[in-house]
Design a protein around this ligand. Structure first.
Ligand code: ATP
Ligand code: MG
Length: 494
């Protein structure tokens, strides 16, 4: 996959570079073609001008003397003018010297008077003289014959006034495109060679560059492949934390850290859970073993053993039930079943239920009066939350003490407060009491024979219930005079 990214990057790079080079070459080619053609035209124009000037000069010089000569020689003026013109044309042709241009002079009727061919047998022939406008220079292209492979020819023509009697002369100068074609051909050939070489070099460079910049990615994917549940503490290499790849690696590492933490939590949960389950099981096992050691036991001995088994079974059932609740909560599979009820009623009823426990311990439970508070939430879960708090409070309050429950209403929240006059929770322990399986007084509570003592899941469950209702559960205060737990629930949970 990394490899194909490298190839793709290189190909893209080559494609773009190829397009740029092509556009550049085409531009250069077009510019050169234009300037070569312009140069050719300018050359033709200049030649035409100089020929025209010299012809005009010869003609005016000769014609000025024509009358005189006619008189002296006794010839007709037209005859002398004819001779003068011939002479002028002849000498102009003699004077004209160009290595690559042909020249021709035609009379007013289009008859060729004189011509001088350029090397390569180029003649300044004209297809039709009617084409040529009266004034100024006229330039056009004569297509070469493809069959004999001759180049196109550029021709410039111009009229020159002759004697007053005859129609004006026509001068034509021609030059082949051959030199231009050769120069352009050379340029094309150098493009054919240079562009592929440039592309090859760029492709090679691009490929190595892509490989170099993708190397950290390859290293990352190699390392990531080796990371599994067993070595989640390993991290991806971060080559440069400021670049995109470095940030990707850092983000991935953060994900690994979170995964690792949650795996640790799961492992801890498993370890704690099996530890908690082992105790009641071994108590039951011992009770059964001891009882069965003797072939015969009295009824009260059997009864005692069964009572022990019964208590431990109840304890087991409670722990398993609590674990199940938390496991489903973790998996998000314990949906709330909301219903409408009165919060004050729920508080009173739960406190009354807890009183059964309290009476046995000679602890009093008081509920402060509260106005009717209609509420929408999961009644069963909220009852369990309050019961867990009351259970803790009663269990940690010595005989003669008291537990109070109160309900208060604020703008957007209700607060249920459970306060006891118990032993309090030591400062260093307070931070942990909401953790799963955490018990500050583990040794003592496990030693309690009755099913009353739990596994340290009560507060974890209570907090989850509060949070599931978008609320909070916290220990507000705890010292030698007792502890105060406060659950706050928003008036209208989502
Ligand atoms: N009102 C309280 N007074 C003193 N200590 C408390 C009080 N509430 C909780 N604790 C301490 O916090 C610990 C955790 O309480 P939690 O309710 O989670 O577990 P538990 O009561 O031991 O077991 P479970 O609730 O599962 O039966 C308790 O073991 C106890 O040490
Ligand atoms: Mg508890």
């Amino acid at each position: 996959m990394v490899d194909s990214v490298r190839y793709r990057l290189t190909l893209w790079y080559l494609g773009v570079l190829g397009l740029v080079l092509l556009a550049f070459s085409a531009g250069v080619y077009a510019l050169l073609t234009r300037s070569l053609n312009q140069r050719l035209d300018n050359g033709l124009r200049a030649s035409l001008e100089s020929v025209a000037t010299s012809l005009t000069r010869e003609l005016t010089g000769g014609l000025a003397e024509a009358e005189e000569i006619a008189e002296v020689q006794g010839l007709r003026l037209a005859e002398v003018e004819g001779l003068v013109e011939k002479e002028a044309v002849h000498s102009t042709m003699e004077d004209f010297s160009s290595s690559n241009q042909a020249i021709a002079v035609f009379d007013g009727q289009g008859r060729l008077l004189a011509e001088k061919a350029a090397p390569g047998d180029l003649h300044a022939d004209l297809p039709s003289l009617d084409l040529v406008p009266v004034q100024s220079v006229y330039i056009f292209t004569l297509p070469g014959s493809r069959g004999s492979d001759t180049e196109d020819v550029r021709v410039a023509v111009r009229r020159i006034p002759a004697t007053t009697a005859s129609a004006p002369y026509l001068i034509a100068v021609a030059q082949s495109f051959e030199a231009n074609t050769k120069e352009l051909e050379l340029l094309r050939r150098s493009f054919y060679i240079a562009i592929p070489i440039a592309l090859a070099l760029a492709g090679l460079g691009g490929f190595f560059l892509a490989r170099k910049s993708l190397a950290p990615m390859a290293a990352m994917s190699e390392r990531a492949r080796r990371i599994s549940a067993e070595n989640l503490e390993e991290r991806l290499p971060v080559a440069n934390p400021r670049d995109a790849l470095g940030q990707l690696a850092a983000t991935f590492n953060e994900l690994l850290a979170r995964l690792n933490a949650s795996f640790d939590q799961q492992r801890q949960f498993m370890a704690d859970a099996s530890h908690e389950l082992r105790t009641p099981l071994s108590v039951m096992h011992t009770a059964a073993e001891v009882t069965l050691e003797q072939p015969r036991r009295t009824e009260s001995e059997y009864r005692e053993a069964l009572q022990m088994v019964d208590a431990q079974t109840r304890r087991l059932a409670r722990i398993v039930e609590d674990m199940f609740t938390l496991a489903r909560a973790d998996a998000g599979r314990r949906p709330l079943h909301p219903s409408n009820f009165y919060l004050d009623e729920l508080t009173r009823e739960t406190a009354r239920a807890a009183e059964v426990l309290a009476v046995r311990k000679r602890v009093s439970v008081e509920v402060s009066d509260a106005a009717e508070i209609p509420f929408r939430g999961d009644e069963g879960l909220l009852r369990q939350m309050l019961l867990n708090l009351l259970d803790n409070a009663i269990r940690h309050t010595p005989a003669g003490g008291h537990v109070s429950v109160s309900l208060a209403q604020f703008d957007s929240a209700y607060e249920i407060t459970v306060a006891d006059s118990g032993t309090g929770i030591p400062g260093e322990v307070q931070a942990h009491i909401f953790e799963r399986f955490y018990r500050a007084d583990a040794a003592r509570s496990r030693a309690e024979p009755a099913g009353g003592s739990g596994a340290g899941l009560g507060l974890a469950i209570a907090r989850w219930i509060a949070e599931a209702h978008d609320g909070r559960l916290e220990l507000r205060r705890s010292d030698e005079s007792g502890s105060v737990f406060v659950a706050s629930l928003p008036a209208s949970p989502r």
